[in-house]
Design a protein. Structure first.
Length: 120
């Protein structure tokens, strides 16, 4: 993320938006701690860039995504409490939000949470 932001700021390409995909704390299983911590660090880096650059940086916080490797891994994990897993979202749900961002209908300071009632 830092290398991408650095390249965008230095103007190696005409970049107006940075859109990052992350997740939320999905499990109390310690095996997912690094995943959760990395998403928090990415959110912080994007907010720093929003304050100190001209980029519009967005963080899309996702539940499980239909057909994704993360969803398959999480659901295959024997330590996952499957009774608490909510419905996954479709890639078209994500595309809709990206189109809103590109049409300047979203605030880059907003943490975009898709399916906020989703739990795991």
């Amino acid at each position: 993320m830092l290398a991408l932001l650095d390249a965008a700021v230095k103007g190696y390409a005409k970049v107006r938006y940075v859109i990052a995909f992350g997740g939320r704390e999905v499990s109390s299983n310690p095996g997912y701690a690094a995943y959760t911590i990395a998403n928090g660090a990415m959110w912080s880096a994007l907010q720093f860039a929003n304050r100190h650059t001209k980029l519009g940086c967005y963080f899309l916080e996702l539940p499980l995504v239909e057909g994704s490797t993360m969803a398959a891994q999480y659901l295959a994990d024997r330590n996952t409490d499957k009774s608490r897993v909510g419905d996954a979202i479709s890639p078209s749900d994500i595309a809709r939000v990206i189109l809103e961002i590109l049409a300047d209908k979203r605030d880059p300071k907003e943490r975009v949470v898709l399916k906020p009632d989703w739990t795991a």
